[in-house]
Design a protein around this ligand. Structure first.
Ligand code: NDP
Length: 309
């Protein structure tokens, strides 16, 4: 329990309507990785809420805002609390028609999936170039990547370790479902050309095999390390097939790119799709257990946290 007077000294006070538990939050909460840089810490790398007090002219009282990253929940108190106090530069106005609940159903995972799609598009990838692979497809980033790419007209193939969830992935727009085991072991440096593009949130041998299987001129994005932080690959696909690997970071992404990503999320995801990915809502008490479930790969899609539940 914290007193309001203990909130950090920053300009905008936000009543947190919803937060969520991301992979990074789960690592922080369980202590499995040194995510928290300063103690004591309120975790939660993202939140959506309503401005309560703001000397910053950009945010009027009652404005709906969303925050992703910027080190919140790592070195600045985060969103897993009913109130947050943050610099105005960390916030962006939540585009309509998204509600604050929907914003956190999307969360940093959906926003990162959109950053990945934007990166593929900037690299010139088009649906007619061929199928696109999404790894970690039943996770948060993966589920949204499947939905967003399918919505843009891409033929989406989904790699997952949970084949029992194949129907769910098909409803999101996936065509072929691939057993993630086929990608997670060491493979040849150059393999059969399969995908024109890929969104990877897994890293490790999976990403190495994805790069080795991209079509000539293909492009993959890398944002995560659910399998491993290592990248045991060779330069062969890069120098013989001219493939590209694009890094995606949500934490320090510039403001213009955040606004573009959120505007596209608001325009391209309908309420039913968001609900299909994140139907579950929990209170703060359930967060430690949820963090463990997430790291054990038992969470499907996304879970929103309601701090007043
Ligand atoms: P989730 O836990 O929701 O999903 C991760 C998925 O990865 C799992 O559901 C599982 O998919 C797959 N997976 C887990 N373990 C393994 C393994 N050993 N081998 C292969 N696949 C595995 O996490 P998120 O989607 O929220 O995040 C995914 C990754 O992206 C994390 O590493 C996270 O830190 C990172 N991330 C990075 C961001 C950035 O700014 N760069 C922003 C957001 C996330 P399935 O069940 O389908 O097999």
């Amino acid at each position: 329990e914290l007193d309001e007077s203990q909130l950090p000294d920053a300009d905008v006070t936000v009543a947190v309507d919803y937060s969520t538990v991301n992979y990074k939050d789960a690592l922080a909460i369980t202590g499995r990785a040194p995510i928290v840089r300063r103690w004591p810490m309120v975790p939660g790398i993202d939140f959506a809420g309503t401005v309560q007090a703001s000397p910053d002219a950009r945010y009027k009282m009652g404005a709906r805002v969303v925050l992703n990253g910027w080190g919140v929940g790592e070195n600045h108190w985060g969103g897993l609390a009913p109130l947050a106090c943050v610099p105005g530069d960390f916030l962006i106005a939540l585009p309509s028609p998204l509600s604050t609940r929907q914003a956190m159903a999307i969360g940093t995972a959906g926003y990162t999936a959109m950053l990945s799609v934007l990166a593929l598009e900037r690299a010139g990838l088009r649906p007619e170039d061929g199928p696109v692979l999404v790894t970690g497809a039943n996770g948060g980033v993966g589920s949204f990547a499947v939905a967003l790419l399918a919505r843009r007209g891409f033929q989406v193939e989904a790699a997952t370790g949970r084949p029992q969830e194949a129907e769910r992935l098909r409803r999101l727009g996936a065509g072929e479902i691939i057993d993630r085991g086929a990608l997670s072991e060491p493979g040849k440096p150059l393999q059969k050309e399969r995908w024109a593009g890929a969104v990877d949130s897994v890293g490790g041998h999976t990403l190495a095999n994805v790069c080795a299987s991209l079509r000539y001129g293909g492009v993959a994005t890398a944002c995560g390390l659910a399998q491993s932080r290592d990248l045991p690959a060779t330069v062969t696909p890069f120098i013989l097939r001219g493939v590209s690997l694009l890094g995606v970071d949500s934490v320090m992404a510039p403001r213009a790119r955040r606004e573009q990503a959120w505007a596209r999320l608001a325009a391209e995801l309908d309420a039913a799709m968001i609900e299909a990915i994140a139907a579950r809502e929990v209170g703060l008490e359930q967060v430690p257990e949820l963090a463990l479930e997430l790291l054990q790969g038992r969470v499907k899609g996304r879970v929103v946290v309601n701090p007043s539940m």
